[in-house]
Design a protein around this ligand. Structure first.
Ligand code: SF4
Length: 341
């Protein structure tokens, strides 16, 4: 075993995490769900969602037979909803065909990349594969002072080659878990705890006093901004909500109707649904920032004389909170609910 692997493996024994709800099991389904939730999300946040999700969908069959809306509702607030949609679709494949046993088999499922497939095979079957999630990329980029943005294909290839070369023959699970834990708790993105790092003496970034330079940042991409109105149509204590088409941002989630800033809301609701409405309140604009987009949302409350659209689209605020809602929509509904509307 290389010195790097041995240091990480020993560190994991004493300082790694051993009590997470998806540890201590060989159940590929439990491990798979945790790995999907942990993509782009910190452990502390996943701990709030994972137990509820597993209670509602304890087996892959339970998940496969669920409605997508129910899956999204339990995912609501965890973000990156395509993960939930992919997991649900993949569960339907697995419920029929059984769990894959190879990297290629797992990678053929929606939402499962090489690193996730490898982690599932390591933890569920004790196989020997390297992983390269965001935390591991950061650790390797710093220890080996990799130049270039880790998301660039050539840099990623270089990191995979490093990850493969460092993989020990034995104690692979402890090593992989240790690498993940070390990246999440010691070699963190913003304030790495180098004085307690098990591989400090091997770390080139530390030796060069250049930890902040690694991993190299993504070349800047312009942020697209969109300013629009959200219409909060109310009638008899109910709110009008629409389910968004699947795909795209917030696909499959429930939201308020949107309109551009030009034109009057009264005219818009008459044209769209034949409704007569009056604006009762205009909220100050709020910003919602995603990775490469910024939304400036002007919420407009309107009282309308009758219910338009389908009756399934009108919800009391308390009931609407049980639906899968994008974060800014949830905040608006909570606001109305707190106000007692
Ligand atoms: S010494 Fe610091 S930068 Fe290097 S691997 Fe350890 S925590 Fe990360």
């Amino acid at each position: 075993m290389s010195e790097f692997a041995s240091l990480i493996t020993d560190w994991q024994l004493h300082h790694g995490r051993h009590q997470l709800p998806w540890q201590g099991t060989r159940d590929p389904y439990r491990i798979w769900v945790s790995e999907i939730m942990l993509q782009q999300t910190q452990v502390i946040t996943v701990l709030n969602y994972y137990p509820r999700f597993m209670k509602r969908f304890p087996t892959v069959q339970a998940l496969a037979s669920a409605e997508e809306a129910d899956v999204l509702a339990l995912w609501s607030g965890l973000g990156y909803y395509s993960r939930a949609r992919h997991l649900h679709r993949a569960a339907r494949q697995v419920a029929g065909a059984g769990f894959p046993l190879t990297l290629a088999g797992w990678q053929a499922l929606p939402g499962v990349g090489r690193s996730t497939a490898a982690a599932i095979l390591v933890f569920a079957y004790g196989d020997r594969h390297p992983i390269l999630d965001g935390n591991v990329k950061r650790v390797l980029a710093r220890v080996f002072a990799c130049e270039g943005f880790p998301g660039a294909p050539d840099v990623e290839r270089e990191l995979w080659a490093l990850a493969e070369g460092l993989l020990p023959e034995n104690r692979v699970e402890s090593y992989i878990q240790g690498l993940m834990d070390m990246g999440a708790t010691v070699c963190t993105r913003h304030r790495p705890r180098c004085p307690v790092c098990p591989v400090q003496f091997q770390c080139r970034a530390f030796a060069m006093d250049a930890v902040g330079r690694y991993p190299v940042a993504r070349p800047a991409r312009p942020v697209k901004e969109r300013t629009f109105r959200m219409l909060l149509l109310r009638h008899a204590g109910r709110l009008f909500m629409e389910r968004r088409k699947s795909g795209g941002i917030w696909g499959g989630l429930w939201s308020f109707p949107e309109m551009e800033m030009e034109g009057s809301p009264e005219h818009f609701v008459r044209e769209q649904w034949g409704l007569e409405g009056v604006v009762s309140k205009r909220h100050p604009p709020v910003q919602h920032v995603l990775t490469h987009r910024r939304f400036v949302i002007h919420a407009v409350e309107m009282d309308v004389g009758m219910e338009g659209g389908g009756s399934s689209q009108w919800h009391r605020p308390g009931d609407a909170l049980k639906l899968a809602l994008p974060v800014p929509v949830r905040r608006l509904v909570e606001h109305l609910s707190d106000r007692g509307d």
